[in-house]
Design a protein around this ligand. Sequence first.
Ligand SMILES: [Zn+2]
Length: 384
Amino acid sequence: MFTITNGIILKGHNLVPTKENIVVDDGKIIEMGKDTLEGKIIDVDGAIVCPSFINGHIHIGDSIIKDEGYGLSLSEMVKPPNGVKHRALADASDDELISAMADSMWDMVNSGTTHFIDYREGGIRGVKLLKKASEGIPIKPIILGRDDSFYGEDPDLRQVRIAIRKLLKVADGIAPSGFGEITDDVAGLIVEECSKQNKISSIHVAESESNQIESIEKFSKSEIEKGVSNNFSQLVHLTNPKNNDLELVSNSSSNVVVCPRANATLNVGVCRLNEMLAMGIKPLLGTDNVMLNSPNMLRELEFTLKLMSVYYKDYLSPLKLLQMATTNIGCHDINNIVQKTPINEGNCAEFVIFKSFSKNPYLNICNRSETKNILYIINKRCIV
Ligand SMILES: [Zn+2]
């Protein structure tokens, strides 16, 4: 048991700065209060106590090919089955993949992340490799699998259903790459089987303008319309919305993830964060492919803060931005699986203590903090 004293706590879902002590026992916040003191005392001297980060979208498997293919187009880089990434994954040994994935997980742990939602390639084998790589690392992977039977113009739907069911025995959900690679029937099966088991169905939508144009030409629907009408529980990117796409999303129960650094690396556009927030959409932030970006949420936060300022010639709320990395898991189904809670009495003890530099605690983290400024990471699995 220990008590954190003298911290500025970003409390609850709304990250309200509060001066209280936090008593932690066996991975739980058992008490919060101004005078409460139990067990070992950890005086953090005015530091900021922030919920640990969730990386809402990552492909940790391509940790083996950092920066390879830089300068190529989105589809040349990552489109299955022949993109640079998929050829590299097919050629890699299990040991190489496991060791590269473990390194990336430690990068995440050390920069304050306790949960990440991964798009895992390689079917059941791929899911098992990530589970093996995560053994002994204090982080929670939420693993979304996929299977090669999903692809092609005329897939065997019986096989697809069997593959989904087998995957869901080991994975937290299913994530095909995008609507360009699968038929509507396959999309429907994925959502149906995931929702039966309260698991996550997730898909990339509107990452590039050309994805959107192809979708409209082929189906008379944008990728975002397809994602919403198929009831995917999570939609990733939404970088190039059309017409009333964002309104459709705001009226749906889908969770949204945006990945500004990955979009910039692949020069596919800037996600419309200010519009999303104004419409009540509460996105998560993700670092996307490790081949493109480091999986460090602090770097994503600062980049996003500045990018939106340039793009909109207006300020993005640093509070709302920090919520995108910590407490924005609005979707009930996703929260059930992710199980990440804000800082409140009775919740899991999962928070990061940052050295304080400025009077604005949100900017302190989003604008100034680096990994080296983390004083403690309190994780229900251990103290790092
Ligand atoms: Zn992605």
